[in-house]
Design a protein around this ligand. Structure first.
Ligand code: ADE
Length: 224
């Protein structure tokens, strides 16, 4: 998979992909993540990428031209299966969307800033708009990092058995059951007996019960 991220603040995206699973996924060739600075495509003298909004009001709007120039340059090089815009008024990001995106070959992700991008960018180029939650971030970069992380870990070969995505929360519509490691007792708190029993059928039943209980308590909406 190839992921192109379009941003006015590329430095915000330096560290999220340079450690652990994301770095390994790139080293092993499962994904190529390229961060592009929109400002490099501003043709005006001052390299401005934003402007006052028509009709007045506080906050700048990201200009069409530099973004369009960058998108069209990339489109001339390859086909994109999705051109995503990160925005708080997008569709709420869920595991089902992660699963779908993980099957694609080439993705572009545009990070919004200030008041957002000129609406005509959204109309002409964007195929999908994603919000990572009902709150407003300073820009789309951290949201894009969330999406990339959630998608890349699903690409076959990125995770090994110990970190398998199949047992993640949400993959079966349920939250994950509680987990424990050594020691078997800590300040009087004991690991549930069944997990030490070695009876894997019983352990599986216990985990399913706990997953259901946790989901009922914390996310009953997932069961509807
Ligand atoms: N940009 C600002 N806030 C955002 C959010 N909640 N989701 C996606 N992009 C954003």
């Amino acid at each position: 998979m190839r992921i192109d991220i379009l941003t006015v603040l590329p430095q915000l995206l330096e560290s999220p992909f340079s450690a652990s699973i994301m770095q390994r996924a790139q080293d092993k060739g499962h994904v190529e993540i390229l961060v592009h600075n929109i400002r490099d495509y501003a043709a005006n003298k001052h390299k401005n990428v934003d402007d006052y909004q028509y009709g007045g009001g506080a906050g700048m709007v990201m200009s069409i031209e530099p973004i369009a120039a960058l998108i069209e340059k990339l489109q001339a090089e390859r086909n994109y299966d999705a051109i995503i815009y990160m925005t708080p008024d997008g569709e709420l990001f869920e595991q089902s969307a992660c699963n779908q995106l993980s099957l694609l070959e080439n993705i572009m992700i545009l990070c919004g800033h200030y008041k957002g991008v000129d609406e005509r960018i959204r109309e002409k180029y964007i195929t999908q708009e994603i919000s990572i939650g009902s709150y407003v971030l300073s820009g789309g970069e951290l949201a894009a990092a969330v999406v990339v992380d959630a998608v890349v870990r699903l690409i076959p070969g990125v995770l090994n058995d110990e970190t398998s995505a199949l047992t993640d929360s949400f993959q079966d519509g349920l939250l994950s059951p509680p987990v424990y490691t050594r020691p078997p007792e800590f300040k009087g708190m004991k690991v549930p007996e069944v997990l030490l029993s070695g009876d894997f059928a019983k352990i599986e039943v216990w985990r399913e019960e706990q997953a259901l209980k946790r989901t009922q308590e914390r996310r009953p909406d997932l069961l509807e």
